[in-house]
Design a protein around this ligand. Sequence first.
Ligand SMILES: [Cu+2]
Length: 358
Amino acid sequence: MTKRSLIVMTAILATPSLSLADENHTPTATAESHAPIMVMGDHMHKAGEYMVSLRQMNMRMEGNIHGRDNVDDMAVLAVANQHAMPANLRVVPQKMEMEMTMLGAMYAPNDNITLLAMLMQIDNEMTLTTYQGMMGDTVRGQFTSKSAGLGDTVIGALLRGGETKNGAWHYGLALSLPTGSIDETGQILTPASDMKMTKRLPYPMQLGSGTYDVKPSITYNGDWQKWGGWRVGAQANAVMRLNDSDADYRLGDKLEVQGWAMKNLSPWASASLRLDASHQGKINGQDSQIALPVQAAQTNFSGGTFANMSLGINLIGQSGALRDHRLALELTMPVYQDVNGIQMKRDETLTLGWQKAF
Ligand SMILES: [Cu+2]
């Protein structure tokens, strides 16, 4: 765990002691009344309510896959480079860590609409092995690329849909603004020389999409008391790019469906199980400055189909200074990944979050 994760965690854990107990507050919420922490736009608020949230997400990737199959460095070196020279890939990613800190706010001017906004800070770190020259399997060395800064900013609204006997659904419409940089550079060890060169980093190391993205969603929340107090939910959401970035490309559109079930363990704790599946298309166009003999710089080698299973725990304070502070942890594990071309293999993601409504 990195230093910033620790700072965020400490801030989250210290926050309840700073707030005052509020005796006139609405009845205390239950631990299962929000979806697992990784689900965005899962709930609406009552008129006049607002909420702040902080999420810390750490995602790891290790090794490489071609489609669905694990591949070693030699298999990666056998793949053609789309860019001019050399003929084959010569730089192989080994490990990547993505850290995202998300600060969110929600406000409901009335019962039918909840406004939301989210800022994020992103830290990426990738370790790669460079092979010497135009061919062969002689290692020149390893190097690490880093990028950090503000990511894209999301603003949007949730709109009341309708009600069923045991639940309700709502619609979401958000816009992602391209506040994240797409011209991050790093010191690259190239196949040609032991001297590092400053180059624009490959697409997965950039901090934003570079485009205005529309994010529609529809969410159902059900309270199935007759099933022994289970709460269930489902959401379909999409990311659609509206334009090409300044660097003449756009990331692939994305579609995701997910469902979850939550069960109370006590008035202040619940456990959750969530399944998600998503599909993302390939990068369209190309940034002419991203031209390294590495898979992550190949626009064909982007997007794919993914499914994950997540286990979560949710705690909610019941009284005193802890009242209504929500703390949640979710561990996401890949169960299926089928990528376009060769890409890094996704490992687990850990998300820690804090939410407080007023
Ligand atoms: Cu909220």
